[in-house]
Structure formats: C-alpha cells, structure tokens
Ligand binder design. Structure first.
Ligand code: NAD
Ligand code: TYD
Length: 368
C-alpha cells in the first residue's frame, strides 16, 4: 500500500476522466486517486471496471456542488492536486437545456475553487508547495474561426458561442481570478475535440459508429464542412499529466493534435474503416444523411499548441488515421458497453435532438 498523497479527480467516470484515471493507474508506482463523480447520464462506473479491487482507486458518488462533501474529501485525503474534469459537456444538450451547464460548469467550479482555497490555507511546507488545482477546459471558449484565420493561441480573446462554451469560459475566468486574487496555485488547459474509447455516443464519432452498425442514418449537420481539430484522448491525458508535473503556475496551455478535419471527412473515414472491419452488402457511406444544422454552429476550431510543445516538450503520440482505427476497433470489440449506455434515456435524447432535424438533400454532392 502506497503512502503517496492522492490526486482528487472530478468527473473521472466520464469519457476523458476515466481515460485519465486508467492511464495514470497503469503505472504501478502512481499516486492513488479519489474520483468524485455524480454519475450523470455521461458518467459510467463500468468504464473503471478494470480497476475493481485496486485499492489505489476510490470512486465517490457525489456532486461537485456539495460543499460539505468536497470539504470532507480534502480534509480526509489531503490530495496533492485536484484535476477537475467534471462538467456538462455536450453542445447540443446545452442548446436544448442550458440550466444544468450553468449549475455544474460555473457553480460547480466555483464551489471547488472555494473548497480548494480553504484547504490550501491550511497547508504549509512541502505540502503547500506541491498543491495544484488543474482545470480542464475546451477550445470552444475562443469561439469560431474563419477558414484563413490563425489557430487559437493562449491569448486569443474569449468569444464563446454556445451555452456550453459560455459556461466553460465563465469557469476559466473564475479559475484565473482565484489565482490572481487569492493566490490559489492553478493551471488551465484548453483542448480541442477528443475521440477514443469510452466516449458517450452523443458526440459525433461514437454516434456515427453506433448508428452505422444499427443501420440508421448518419446525421451530418448543415453542409458538413465545419472543421474540428481532433486529438486522441490518450494524448489529451498525457498533456494533462505533463501540465500537472511541469506547468507554470497561473498559466494556460492550449492542447491540440494539429489535425484539422471537416466533419464530412471524419464521417467518410469512419465509413471506410467499417467497410473494411465489419463489411456488409452496401457501403456504410450510403447511410450519410445531411440534416438541419445546429443553431449557432461554430464553423472552425484549430489549436496552436506551440506553447505546451516549446515549454513543456509535450507532443501527441497518435496520428488521426491510427487513432481513429483504434477507436473503431474499440467500439466494435466493446458492443456490450455501447448497448449498456444506449438504452433507455439515450433513446429519449436521440428523439429529442434528431426528430426535428429534417433530412436535407442540398449538400449531397459535397465532398471534402
Ligand atoms: P463527459 O460528459 O464524458 O463526462 C463528464 C463527467 O462529469 C461524467 O462522468 C459526469 O457524471 C461528471 N459530472 C457531471 N456533472 C457533475 C457534477 N455536478 N458533479 C460531479 N460529477 C459530475 O465529458 P468529457 O468529454 O469527458 O469532458 C471532460 C472535461 O473535458 C470537461 O470539463 C470538458 O469541458 C473538457 N473537454 C472535453 C473535450 C471533448 O472533446 N470531449 C475537449 C476539451 C475539453
Ligand atoms: P460534437 O462531437 O458534438 O463536438 P463539438 O460540438 O463539441 O465540436 O460535434 C463535432 C462536430 O460534428 C460539430 O461540428 C457538430 C457535428 N455533428 C454532426 O454533424 N452531427 C451530429 O449528429 C453530431 C452529434 C455532431
């Protein structure tokens, strides 16, 4: 049994958080982890099944808004850092119901910061020097880019366009203020779109995979020429570990894979991989259906990751072609996981988000 101070992770049963926890604990010498997660629709304790019986991992089912709970976790476990993933994270859900985003992403982060500030004030010596609050955020706080504009850098002004992005931008501002006003030792990371194992099938890549295998339409919003800068989730996790270990206090680090793709190109690549790995009589691309666009849809995201590369010597390990193949293989090999998360409430969500999106034919010929 190790005597190292643990990490307190929030949202570690979600997509990126569970990848982070699993990756961290793959190292036999790693510090233990206390994992605070409300287990919303997006949180799935089965993501962590491989840790069953591992005393280094403690899953606490609870809300980041619960001040007494967070206080008691800090007092009991005395973590050396808080790594804050917990959030409502899906843009389409934020459009149909923004309230939960303001609560968790803004009030929840505020609550954690206040608890962390109180706790930090009780620390001294090496424990105080080592303490960190790492806030995991998104490139969506920067708004949208025209095709010819330079990628987002750390000084790009915030211009969030969706309720999700606005709530994350607000939380980033709070974290910044808690450093400047109270001296809390924080770090912020703003990352581009992630993909990989354990992503909930409401986001583009797992949704397309799930629909493709079920013979359903593959819904492409608008003209499908929106651009995202995709990063394999393991690379995001390694970047967070690097920032936690070496990042300069009070700094923001942009994280990205230098991999800009149009949505239609991503969907077509998935179809090609499925044609090879799970062939059927007709091509999967025949299922592509252009549908009514998302309101306020950001056209392009792109990350300038030179700061983290230069200062902390972090680089992504996975290229998109390999990363997407690994992801498709993971979903094909983990169909019980997909079936488990796509029962009940998921069907209601699919109905709510897609039933009013009429199929459009005007972009059928577009390729990218
Ligand atoms: P996710 O939706 O898959 O997981 C969120 C997790 O937070 C879930 O386990 C959920 O149960 C938990 N949670 C939600 N509300 C909570 C609350 N009130 N208290 C405790 N736990 C709560 O999200 P994700 O895609 O893993 O994203 C994690 C973080 O990374 C988020 O902060 C998100 O903004 C950020 N991010 C995501 C991406 C991406 O592409 N997914 C990219 C950049 C940044
Ligand atoms: P998403 O995975 O929701 O991530 P984000 O909105 O945070 O970038 O969507 C990625 C892109 O894919 C985005 O431009 C919206 C688009 N999209 C579709 O075209 N169809 C869909 O069914 C979904 C969920 C997303």
């Amino acid at each position: 049994m190790t005597t190292q101070s643990p990490l307190l992770v929030t949202g570690g049963a979600g997509f990126i958080g569970s990848n982070f926890v699993l990756r961290h604990l793959r190292n036999a010498a790693a510090a233990p982890m206390v994992n605070l997660d409300a287990l919303t629709y997006a949180g799935n304790p089965h993501n962590l099944d491989s840790l069953a019986g591992d005393a280094r991992h403690t899953l606490v089912h609870g809300d980041i808004l619960d001040r007494e709970l967070v206080r008691s976790l800090l007092t009991t476990h005395r973590p050396r850092a808080i790594v804050h993933f917990a959030a409502e994270s899906h843009v389409d859900r934020s459009i149909l119901g923004p309230g939960a985003f303001l609560k968790t992403n803004i009030d929840g982060t505020f609550n954690l910061l206040e608890c962390a500030r109180e706790h930090y004030a009780t620390l001294d010596g090496a424990e105080r020097d080592a303490f960190r609050f790492l806030h995991v955020s998104t490139d969506e706080v920067y708004g949208t880019l025209q095709p010819d504009e330079p990628a987002f850098h750390e000084d790009t002004p915030f211009a969030p366009n969706s309720p999700y992005a606005a709530s994350k931008a607000a939380s980033d501002h709070l974290v910044r203020a808690w450093t400047h006003t109270y001296g809390l030792p924080t770090l912020i990371t703003n990352c581009s779109n992630n993909y990989g194992p354990f992503q909930f099938p409401e986001k583009l890549i797992p949704l397309v995979l799930s629909n493709a295998l079920n013979g359903k339409p593959l819904p492409v919003y608008g003209d499908g020429l929106q651009v995202r800068d995709w990063l394999f989730v393991e690379d995001h996790c390694s970047a967070i570990e690097t920032v936690l270990a070496k990042g300069r206090l009070g700094e923001t680090y942009n994280i990205g894979g230098n991999n800009q793709q149009t949505n239609i190109s991503v969907v077509r690549t998935i179809c090609t991989l499925l044609d090879e790995l799970r062939p059927k009589a007709t091509a999967y691309a025949d299922q592509i259906t252009y549908v009514t666009d998302r309101p306020g849809h950001d056209r392009r995201y792109a990350i300038d990751a030179r700061k983290i590369q230069r200062e902390l010597e972090w680089f992504p390990a996975q290229d998109f072609v390999n990363g997407l193949r690994l992801t498709v293989e993971w979903y094909l090999n983990n169909q019980p996981w997909v079936q488990n998360v796509t029962s009940g409430a998921y069907r209601e969500w699919m109905d709510k988000n897609y039933s009013d999106r009429t199929a459009t034919s005007d972009h059928k010929g577009v390729t990218a």
